[in-house]
Design a protein around this ligand. Structure first.
Ligand code: ZN
Length: 154
């Protein structure tokens, strides 16, 4: 990223945050030559965050996958699609705010679950049941009980 003032090729990043709509990252940079500061907007695709999956494989973070997972969990629920997209944006923003190059699929799942919990109980349980892969009814009931206890203690 060349300096806007002197054209020097190297700069250091002072601050880094996703833009509102989550499709790019806004970076504040400081030129290593003239010391002037400038802002760049970089498309998220160019600096992929790698997701480490359970089996150890890595793949670039894909906000569309997050969106489709959330959408599936919210199917036939009285949730406007704008709300579904907002939650997906929130998740992506949170992932990028970690400023890590890698995130585990488990961390992403936990972020999604925490958002869905605030949004809709049924969507939350649906997502949790797929994500945590409840293999038996006991595990499922335990999760339900925890959810109900949390609601009651509020
Ligand atoms: Zn410069």
């Amino acid at each position: 990223m060349k300096c806007l003032y002197c054209g020097y090729a190297e700069s250091k990043v002072i601050d880094s945050r996703p833009t509102e709509e989550g499709s790019s990252i806004r970076r504040r940079r400081e030129c290593l030559h003239c010391g002037k500061r400038f802002t760049t907007y970089e498309r998220i695709e160019e600096i992929p965050i790698m997701v480490v999956k359970k089996d150890g494989r890595r793949e670039p973070y894909d906000g569309n996958k997050v969106l489709s997972g959330i959408r599936k969990a919210c199917e036939k629920r009285p949730i406007p699609s704008s709300e579904v997209e907002r939650v997906a944006d929130d998740v992506t923003r949170e992932v990028f705010n970690l400023l890590d190059q890698e995130i585990t699929s488990e961390q992403i799942g936990n972020i999604i679950m925490s958002k869905l919990k605030e949004l809709d109980d049924v969507a939350y349980v649906r997502f949790a049941s797929v994500y945590r892969q409840f293999t038996d009814i006991d595990a499922f009931m335990k999760e339900m009980r925890l959810l109900l206890e949390e609601k009651e203690s509020k």
